[in-house]
Design a binder for this molecule. Sequence first.
Ligand SMILES: Nc1ncnc2c1ncn2[C@@H]1O[C@H](COP(=O)(O)OP(=O)(O)OP(=O)(O)O)[C@@H](O)[C@H]1O
Ligand SMILES: [Mg+2]
Length: 472
Amino acid sequence: MSEPTVLLVEDEENLRMVIADALEARGYRVTAVATGEDGVEAARRTRYNAVLSDLRLPGINGIEVIRSIKSGAPDTECIIITGYATVETAVEAMRAGAFSYLKKPFSQDELFVTLEKALEHSTLRTENTQLRSEMGRNNSSSAIIGTGAEVERVRDTIGKIADTDSTVLILGESGTGKELVAKALHYGSGRANKPFIPINCAAIPEDLLESELFGYEKGAFTGAASMKIGRFEAAHEGTVFLDEIGDMSPALQVKILRVLQEKEFERVGGRHSIKVDVRVIAATNHDLDRAVEEKRFREDLYYRLNVIPVHLPPLRDRKEDIPVLLTHFMAKMSRRKNKTLKGASAEAVRLLEAYDWPGNVRELENLVERLMVLKDADTLITPKDLPERIRRRVREHQRNAEYIATLHGGIDFNAAVDNFERDLILDAMTKVKGVKKKAAEYLGINRTTLIEKMKRKGLLGPSEEPEELIKS
Ligand SMILES: Nc1ncnc2c1ncn2[C@@H]1O[C@H](COP(=O)(O)OP(=O)(O)OP(=O)(O)O)[C@@H](O)[C@H]1O
Ligand SMILES: [Mg+2]
């Protein structure tokens, strides 16, 4: 392994030279600077194993230096050097992410011991984060639940593109899982232990967006009492998630385009460019093609962002995922609320499958949360527990279907009988809480006949029993 690198920020020239010499003699590679600003700058260009920073500095102070460095390089261990060690400063330093502090005057030995401890800590943590990222890499897309071909395809795409630096554009209606996919991409990449910074372009007020994204220099405007780094800078070596990109102002579109092209920007009021290494993932629920046609969204930015598109279909187009999502959310809420439900009756599941879910997966998740709160523990979800909008929507669909049947010249006798039988079976299954033996008794037929009928009507999957499917 090459020698550990240390960044030293100390304004007193004598002390700076003495410490740097001592560290170099001990085998460290040292970069020594005199101001906090230079320290932050150096740490952005190079990853250091450790930072030693004086507390009192002419410009930004040591705490701010550490805070800024830690936000970009969380694995770098920071030590504060101070002549005024009070409990307050120590606490503040720790809060900013410092590993420990050195009180002036200190001996060479104290310096080495503190530094070595910090580096040991750092190595350990790097190993841990590597491990975590490895684990994430293998199954980060497994958080995306669904058995249908559509979701399978999305998981497959994530597996292929997560660990690249490609820009990804996620398209889908509200609540289809765009942010979930963005996170799976980040945690499945080599950037997993670096920041994932979401920016909701629609939620930040227009006049604040630029300083939010790019930060500002001290004195850039009234109220800018100290330098602040923006989200792009904070995301250095990580991922920026530009959410609701379709709502971004034309002025900002230009600036984002520049970051994507040149990988650099200026802080508001700043004179020099700052280089960043970020991966950009964008998402929108708008029809961007149309926005481009109507000149509301820059075409060049669109092509930059749309390197790899991922489409998330609305839930109504992948109803096969409803039962597994239901089970998934029931288990999740169950853990969170420390309460269990018996599952959903077959009839209730059928209603959920017939509903068209304008709020997509989020609407289903919210419904499960609500049921988990409202219903008594260990009871079964039945149609009467479902909100009126779901039951009404379904009734409308049924009426439409019947109406269409009359238009086509009457009804299909076999289909009608089949439907009638199906309803009888589902009702029976609901009454006996999904126990097939009891349902068969209730209907006065034998169990194998019941199972046979259920299979033919698609009420039983090829391998799974309905109990497993619908019960949590
Ligand atoms: N396939 C899925 N498996 C498990 N959970 C999902 C899935 N899709 C969405 N969710 C969950 O549904 C909720 C909404 O998803 P998310 O916030 O990612 O949607 P979105 O597309 O970003 O919505 P919006 O456009 O409204 O911001 C989240 O709690 C998410 O975890
Ligand atoms: Mg979202």
